[in-house]
Design a protein around this ligand. Structure first.
Ligand SMILES: Nc1ncnc2c1ncn2[C@@H]1O[C@H](COP(=O)(O)OP(=O)(O)OP(=O)(O)O)[C@@H](O)[C@H]1O
Ligand SMILES: O=C(O)C1=C[C@@H](O)[C@@H](O)[C@H](O)C1
Ligand SMILES: [Mg+2]
Length: 188
């Protein structure tokens, strides 16, 4: 069974898309792309600044353009932003040549994992838990609908999530054979 051209990770803030995505890409010998980080690099400003100056709409426009560009890159693992599924026009861009993985995570874990980070403008308020709960109510059905694989991440280390994902994406290849294939690609 061959690997999908692209693996696209969706899910809420704190699901681990960036963390798991980087590790999964390394494991598969794919390139790692993080839509939020690339938008920041291109813009020369961080996400809170973009939200402040251009509003959420301005950020969403940048995000759609970025997803369109990144959908053209094969052999990549893409970590999307938590709200990337909110524009319907993004859906074909997310699904293009891809296995879409929904990293599903409880509200409690989302709160815990995002508590110390100031880089998520939607959570910089008195009650981030309620915000996360409201976003989840709207977005969970969309993540689920788009996903080829739903992977729960609560009480699992990032390493375990990656191992379980590799088994779902590429079930029949033992680890040492993946390694050989990866090295072959690197030397091609
Ligand atoms: N399975 C896990 N177990 C414990 N901690 C985790 C796990 N996955 C991620 N984390 C931690 O949670 C925090 C948030 O993870 P990460 O930034 O990868 O989330 P994200 O889904 O990319 O969020 P965003 O949508 O805001 O970009 C990080 O500090 C990361 O180390
Ligand atoms: O859930 C969201 O809407 C967001 C998640 C982050 O990844 C960033 O894309 C931004 O902070 C918005
Ligand atoms: Mg991220």
């Amino acid at each position: 069974m061959s690997l999908p051209k692209r693996i696209v990770l969706v899910g809420p803030m704190g699901a681990g898309k960036s963390t798991i995505g980087r590790m999964l890409a390394r494991e598969l010998g794919y390139r790692f792309l993080d839509s939020d980080r690339i938008i920041e690099e291109r813009c020369g400003a961080n996400i809170p600044w973009i939200f402040d100056v251009e509003g959420e709409d301005g950020f969403r426009q940048r995000e759609t353009a970025m997803l369109a560009e990144l959908s053209e890159h094969p052999q990549t693992v893409l970590a999307t932003g938590g709200g990337a599924v909110m524009r319907e026009e993004n859906h074909p861009l997310l699904k293009r040549d891809a296995t879409v993985v929904y990293l599903k995570t409880s509200i409690e874990q989302q709160v815990e994992r995002t508590r110390r980070d100031r880089n998520r403008p939607l959570l910089q308020n008195d009650d981030p838990e309620t915000v996360l709960r409201n976003l989840f109510a709207v977005r969970d059905p969309i993540y689920t609908e788009l996903a080829d694989i739903v992977m729960f991440t609560d009480r699992k280390s990032p390493r375990l999530v990656v191992r379980q994902l590799v088994n779902r994406i590429h079930p029949r290849t033992p680890r040492h054979k993946r390694q050989v294939r990866k090295e072959g690609r690197n030397h091609a």
